[in-house]
Design a binder for this molecule. Structure first.
Ligand SMILES: NC(=O)C1=CN([C@@H]2O[C@H](COP(=O)(O)OP(=O)(O)OC[C@H]3O[C@@H](n4cnc5c(N)ncnc54)[C@H](O)[C@@H]3O)[C@@H](O)[C@H]2O)C=CC1
Ligand SMILES: NCC(=O)COP(=O)(O)O
Length: 331
């Protein structure tokens, strides 16, 4: 298998994505994690050497000297911190191009810079986020699962971008089992764990307190845990959600299956917002991203910005490591 670069998307051009890209390149340019950026070269070329390329393969030879860019121009000038729906087309096209590059075998993984979901929605984009869009581009809609990972914790969500009320209404034994089995598969294939251990969260206070404070643990979650055990999975649950993320509890499992978005993301981002990485499971391709958003409140010119690029760097390194695990080569 040939060495292949990572495909990094532009994200919302008015967010911190351009600044993070420059900082990530500076940090990684002397390491074996080449990437190319699919974005508007004019946003970064005053701050950093840029090599406009016409094919991903060109990224490998120039990455040490310049940011390789597949130039994808914005429709209107970009003002940092002020997103403009007229640039939504360029943001979306960048994601599509990244997926095409990986599916065609020219890049090893997609790494995305943050998008603003409400801005894309106003421009008519029908997907709630990258995760669902990537599943549609890969023709696996409904199979997508969100994992967030940092060195101390991995959380995997049984529902993603939906109102909390709907996440609870649609909770099912089948979905928990499906997400847990996918997690076991990913932990073995892409994270190198031989025998992954899972913890399934409860939904209610004290995991229902034997039915006193809610019945979903007995009717939905415990049956899922039983099915998983019958399938040979090492799993505990339903675990009381308020204690399962403690320092004492975390060493007993490799991933926590969480039942709604914030149940997993609050502990993870509280533990390590700078080092957290968002990973999409259930796709035929590898995709990671920083765990944070567009940070419009601090976005400014690439030269003057003070955004922390640690999460993007962690996302690039994790994508490279996952590709190494899956394909046996460094990116
Ligand atoms: N993967 C993605 O594309 C994601 C996109 N978003 C989008 O981002 C937009 C803004 O969301 P928010 O809830 O405000 O979250 P956010 O993560 O953009 O910002 C929350 C706070 O953290 C700060 N922050 C975030 N990243 C930072 C960094 N790298 N360095 C320094 N400070 C940083 C921001 O300045 C802000 O004060 C939303 O439209 C949301 O949809 C949010 C999460 C992930
Ligand atoms: N909170 C995580 C998040 O919103 C990331 O969404 P996506 O754009 O990666 O689907």
């Amino acid at each position: 298998m040939m060495l292949r670069p990572l495909a990094l998307t532009m994200g919302d051009p008015a967010g911190i994505g351009p600044e993070l890209t420059v900082k990530a390149w500076r940090e990684l340019k002397d390491k074996e994690t080449p990437f190319f950026w699919i974005g508007d070269a004019t946003l970064i070329e005053k701050a950093v050497p840029v090599k406009r390329i016409s094919h991903p393969e060109e990224a490998l030879s120039c990455f040490g000297e310049a940011v390789p860019v597949l130039h994808a121009p914005c429709a209107v000038p970009v003002t940092p911190g002020q997103p403009d729906i007229r640039n939504a087309g360029a943001t979306i096209a960048s994601i599509e191009q990244a997926v095409r590059s990986v599916l065609a075998g020219y890049a090893s993984a997609v790494v995305t810079n943050p998008i603003a979901k409400h801005i894309l929605a106003k421009a008519g984009f029908p997907h709630p986020g990258h995760t669902e869009f990537l599943a549609a581009l890969c023709d696996v809609t409904g199979k997508e699962v969100m994992m967030l990972a940092c060195p101390q914790l991995k959380v995997v969500l049984s529902s993603i971008h939906m109102p909390l009320r709907r996440a609870i209404e649609t909770l099912s034994t089948d979905r928990i089992v499906e997400v847990a089995l996918l997690t076991v598969h990913a932990l073995k294939r892409d994270f190198g764990l031989e025998c992954p251990r899972l913890a399934v969260a409860g939904l209610n206070p004290h995991a229902g307190e034997d039915g006193m404070m809610g019945t979903e643990e007995k009717t939905i979650i415990a049956p899922a845990v039983e099915q998983l055990r019958a399938a040979g999975v090492t799993v505990n649950g339903p675990m009381p959600p308020d204690t399962m993320f403690s320092a004492a509890a975390r060493p007993h499992y490799d991933a926590a299956i969480c039942l709604y978005h914030d149940q997993g993301l609050i502990p993870l981002k509280t533990l390590d917002m700078a080092g957290g990485v968002n990973v999409t499971l259930g796709l035929p391709i590898i995709r990671t991203s920083p765990d944070h958003g567009t940070a419009f409140d601090i976005a400014c010119s690439v030269e003057q910005g003070h955004a922390d690029a640690s999460s993007l760097v962690a996302a690039l390194l994790l994508a490279a490591e996952m590709a190494h695990q899956r394909f046996g080569v460094k990116t």
